[in-house]
Design a protein around this ligand. Sequence first.
Ligand code: OAA
Ligand code: MG
Length: 388
Amino acid sequence: MRIVEIREITVPISSPIRNAYIDFSKMNASLVAVVTDVIRGGRPVIGYGFNSNGRYGQGSLMRERFIPRIMEADPDALLDESGENLDPHKIWSTMFVNEKPGGHGERSVAMGTIDMAVWDAVAKIADEPLFTLLAKRYGNGTPDKRVFVYAAGGYYYPGKDNAMLQDEMRRYLDLGYTVVKQKIGGASLDEDLRRIDAVLDVLQDGQKLAVDANGRFDLDTAIQYAKALSQYDLFWYEEAGDPLDYELQAILRNYYDKPMATGENLFSMQDARNLIRYGGMRADRDWLQFDCALSYGLVEYLRTLEMLRQHGWSASRCIPHGGHQMSLNIAAGLGLGGNESYPDLFQPYGGFPDGVRVENGYVTMPELSGIGFEGKSDLIKVMRELAQ
Ligand SMILES: O=C([O-])CC(=O)C(=O)O
Ligand SMILES: [Mg+2]
């Protein structure tokens, strides 16, 4: 077997929202199709992938470097021992040829997107859901088909008042979520506290709020917020300071003894390791949000999970950023603590296969071949427009 072609296109995922750092009015993403010559059900097997929100599409890097490296390689050098399926690790190494270490800027997004499509193809060729394949290859053999998910939203939006924020959160709770997330740091502390109080007012027993500052705060502001947020019982206080400021994160623990979360803007195992080494994160309560779609894909994420294990961290402390089905499969297959979800945003790329409902904060994975994109009709439609 071989890869016949890799296609990519830049697609809009824009919306008029903003967090404390960026607005999403020009946000886009790369959609990728890895076309193989394997036939299943009368059709060629095609793996699909896309990058999650927050970084832009990476078509030029893919076209200039990563796709040619794969297509110029000996096809047999990209296969596993059976010779009947692709080996994502070999494809990863082929993409990374002549790339220096460090500086994991945008190429990690380009590679992560292609890697997602490769894993989708691998599981489809194996004719099983990716989460069962992962549990067998890298996990304890048995996936946990129930995955915790939380609803991320609560953005700043022109004209949005607290009543609208409450309506948004009520909608998420009505959908079956038990944890909702809102943005902070894009307004004054006083106003943010009023926004938090407004959301806490609509939560019932057993439901929780997480807040996300998107890396906006300097140390003093992060501490000010930490002190003010300590009065609440939040699910987490996310990305207080710059994602690469490990010392800020480490100092912050002295002012906030409740759960914190960060990691969505760390794009390599080495950066994740620096957070674990120097960021003062606490394995008994904090959460790690590394997102494989932005950070060299699952091949690299497996290295990150191994690094965490060596440092005494359980995979169950990971709840990835991004709201995509790739991380949902990893969560089910490898025992992560759950996955993000954006009920209102970034469609059709985010979300779950049609018919999957959130019940008491959990979804149950359907038995779909590959990552499961074929089960989400609006998503597979745009994917098939790229290649079918
Ligand atoms: O607003 C964003 O950039 C997305 C984000 O931080 C999150 O989902 O945690
Ligand atoms: Mg975030």
